[in-house]
Design a protein around this ligand. Sequence first.
Ligand SMILES: Cc1ncc(COP(=O)(O)O)c(C=O)c1O
Length: 393
Amino acid sequence: MVENRAYDWIKKSLTTIEKAGWYRCVKTIESAPGAVIQLEGQSLINFASNDYLGLAGEERLKQAAIAAIREYGTGSTGSRLLSGHRQLHRDLESAIASLKQTEDALVFSSGYLANMGTIRALVGARDLILADEYNHSSLKNGATLTGATVINYQHCDVNDLEQQLAQYRDSYRRCLLLTDTVFSMDGDLCPLPQILDLADEYEAMVLVDEAHATGVMGTTGAGCVEYFGCRDRALIQMGTLSKALGSLGGYIAGSATLIDFLRNRAPSWIYTTALSPADTATALAAIQLIQEQPQRRQQLWDHMQFLKQALREFPLLPSQSPILCLGLSNPQQALQLSDHLHASGIFAPAVRPPTVPFSRIRFSIMATHQQQHLQQLVEALTRFGISFSSPCA
Ligand SMILES: Cc1ncc(COP(=O)(O)O)c(C=O)c1O
């Protein structure tokens, strides 16, 4: 091999990551998705999945995927504007718009791409982005790539947001507010009505990320916009098909004009291969199913209430969603607890910086968990003890 020292820094960087306790590696799941999984030879109760309603292993979704592959093949063979568009894509977009009660919707190949491409299409160098400091990576990177001035406001702090708007809004052409609705690593909700009031007052656009809210929040599962009663407000809704909907892909829902504009201006929609027929058909079947079976959502909320009550002595971060987090004082403690849970038959990985500001164990609840699964979690945590010194308690 010809020597070139230009790459030496990568190994050094990895060593630094390891020393900080931030090193990550993948774990192989050997079974179908579900509340109980087979992980590296061991059967574990799964508290690490975003499959909140347990749809990813659902027979009806599998059949939809198989039928789509039989009819349309495995790949979509091109971008939507060239050879990739099928009636299935349009059917899915109509179903999303109908669930969300928006004029139209646009399906992207992932949620990450939906955020990146949409933010890029909406703002540029002369504009201002104000973003919650705990936003998902796709919103953060999407914002950075626009060349706009990006200012973070303190997490869920509308007073801080208002101050930034008052100070900076007038110096820029357009302004875009970005926030997760359900914060994926905390489980709390953004103060949506107040954010929308500020947006109206300061003439700002709002893009909300409903990745963890779609299928889960609101009476019909339309998300936090429904939950907060804000469906008649002007805003842009992004979501993924990959979590409660058990498929892959992302979407934007909004006005017909917005969607038409994105078809012409969102680079991550125009210059990428269309979502595969199987993923598209799966997501379509999932939307039908969440509308037909509200009892799945009810089950999820019942589980959530049970756990919140049973773990009330533990330093849980405030959550109004099926994501529960135990804040811990350092990465080592998070790894120790994750190992203890693993030994107790529970899969709940430690989430550490730089993904989050401080270490935690994140539990995501599924509608398909059994009561005994929840009980086993409570018992395992009780055995470990609550000698945690939570950074946020
Ligand atoms: C809040 C949030 N937004 C966006 C994404 C990206 O979605 P996808 O996994 O569909 O790319 C995720 C998921 O990982 C997420 O948690």
